[in-house]
Write a protein that binds this ligand. Sequence first.
Ligand SMILES: *[C@@H]1O[C@H](CO)[C@@H](O)[C@H](O)[C@H]1NC(C)=O
Ligand SMILES: *[C@@H]1O[C@H](CO)[C@@H](O)[C@H](O)[C@H]1NC(C)=O
Ligand SMILES: *[C@@H]1O[C@H](CO)[C@@H](O)[C@H](O)[C@H]1NC(C)=O
Ligand SMILES: *[C@@H]1O[C@H](CO)[C@@H](O)[C@H](O)[C@H]1NC(C)=O
Length: 189
Amino acid sequence: MVVHSISRYLLIILSLFLFSLVIIECKSIKFSTSLSPKSLDLKIEKLTHLHFYLQAIIGGDHPSEVKVAGPNTSFIAFGTLEVEDDNLTVSPDVNSMTIGRAQGILASADQNELAYLNVLIFEFTKGVYANSTLSLLGRNQIDVPNREIPIVGGSGVFRLSRGFAITSRIRFIPNSSVVLVFGCYVLHY
Ligand SMILES: *[C@@H]1O[C@H](CO)[C@@H](O)[C@H](O)[C@H]1NC(C)=O
Ligand SMILES: *[C@@H]1O[C@H](CO)[C@@H](O)[C@H](O)[C@H]1NC(C)=O
Ligand SMILES: *[C@@H]1O[C@H](CO)[C@@H](O)[C@H](O)[C@H]1NC(C)=O
Ligand SMILES: *[C@@H]1O[C@H](CO)[C@@H](O)[C@H](O)[C@H]1NC(C)=O
């Protein structure tokens, strides 16, 4: 009887000891804290509309869009992968003021129609938007006017942003250049 109760006490003490080890372990691996949005100066969300033009050079010695992989059939065949680094300007004129760059990847990803998986970063270089970026990710049917591409985030002025971009091709000179117009609607702080 006595032996029995001693072993029970030992069991309880052992359990408490193990339980405290678990608590210590939990404390030592804690790596997050709750913050108020105000601590990052996140107060009122606002909506900004940006309007600009993308200048793609697709011919000559210094193209701003290059095919990096894909089938050897056509430039737009399913499986084609392109990388771009284009100027963004304030008007359709290629020589108008540059306000940033569009850097991204186009992957021809639809077996039935012309549609790309598009990963695109707008990097702005002028005014309050200098050094700020917007990240776009979506399906890009390059022949369709007023197509919509989601804006999934950003940095700098556009930290924690989200929104959408509407884009159309407004000029196409084969083996030379393409001009797109972009209207971006961005919610940010
Ligand atoms: C791709 O096509 C070009 C011209 O049509 C040809 O010269 C080249 O050898 C081809 N490359 C491959 C890997 O098939
Ligand atoms: C892009 O804009 C910069 C600055 O305006 C200019 O120097 C450069 O030549 C432009 N690049 C292209 C490919 O138009
Ligand atoms: C952008 O970055 C450059 C260099 O990193 C800096 O000189 C400039 O002041 C920055 N501009 C803004 C608006 O933050
Ligand atoms: C564009 O260039 C390709 C090869 O570089 C050529 O086959 C094609 O005919 C050219 N198209 C035009 C409209 O010049």
